[in-house]
Write a protein that binds this ligand. Sequence first.
Ligand code: 1CP
Length: 354
Amino acid sequence: MVSYSPEWNSHSMAKPFLRVLSGERHDPPPIWLMRQAGRYLPEYRQSRKRAGGFLDLCYTPDFAVEVTLQPIERYGFDAAILFSDILVVPDGLGQDVSFIEGTGPVLTPVRDVDQAGMLSMAGFDEVLAPVYETVRRLARELGDETALIGFSGAPWTVACYMVEGGITRDFHAVKSFSYGDPEGFEKLIDLLVEATIRHLSAQAAAGVDALQIFESHAGVLPATEFKTWVIDPVRRVVEGVRANWPEIPIIGFPRGAGPMYPVFAEETGLTAVSLDVSVPLDWAMANLPSGMPVQGNIDPAYLLSGGDGMARSVDRIVEACRDRPHIFNLGHGVDKNTDPETVAQLIGCLRKKY
Ligand code: 1CP
């Protein structure tokens, strides 16, 4: 496990979220939620309408700052996550990316090494400049207690969208490419490793306190390919970011990794891991590297039902994580049909215990 010196930023270290990432426990556990900004919030839907398209929202600092802060103002979470998307990286590499209402992301697919060869870093910094401006403004606006998280997708997960051309159920196009032409696919992964290091390092330079790498499609690969396309690229990203920013905490979210969670946690050099809904906590506590902070892992569907079931689930998670540095979070993102009031109740359940 990589540790870092608490002296690196004494101002930031007052933030409970960062203290936990440095290996301390904090009671109550700091809380933030994946997709805490989004469609379930009426104020987000308003801003989204005013911004026009989803990418306009991501690339206009006035809007991106506004929607990042909405859940902080409403709930007082311990961390804000930059409002952006993992698919700004292929956009910066020159792929056609759009977001279609009701369908989700649509990309002109990259199906082979020749199509991948059309992409480049040439326009990357310019396309992504507004994202870093958003980070600079947020870093100035957030108070002393609230941390700012920057993020990217992991190379494999971003490649899934780039090759499939959008959301998929079977992952056949990306598997055909990576199994059929591993050397060609490696070139795409190499480009994504480079772009991801650059993107995360630029967010660090602009003032984020911590980074999260979303490997949302970790769970679709067999074990050997998991090592090649998940662990190795994430380890290279972590090493590359740390070459520029040795102290920055980096959280990994290998959704669906199942029994591969411990090897992912050990071999990537990450500071912490975020647990998905299916990870049994007693198993995770026994098998993850000792002292490594964890995030998670209440099922976001509890936010649809609320009530006593949700309260019991909060209790179980807090109890199971009592001997580790723990950040309370969901096992995946907030669903768009969530009632904002239930999110307030979730936070109440957690904080009233202390
Ligand atoms: O207005 C809209 O259309 C809302 C939908 C939306 C939102 C709110 C998308 C489209 N992206 C986002 C923002 C977003 N995406 C954030 C910042 C907000 C926050 O967390 O508060 C983050 C961190 C992401 C990350 C992201 N985008 C992931 C990784 C996390 C995960 O959900 O597994 C992924 C896979 C994406 C791709 C994406 N973006 C949007 C959609 C509909 C999708 C596809 C999701 C899928 O494949 O099911």
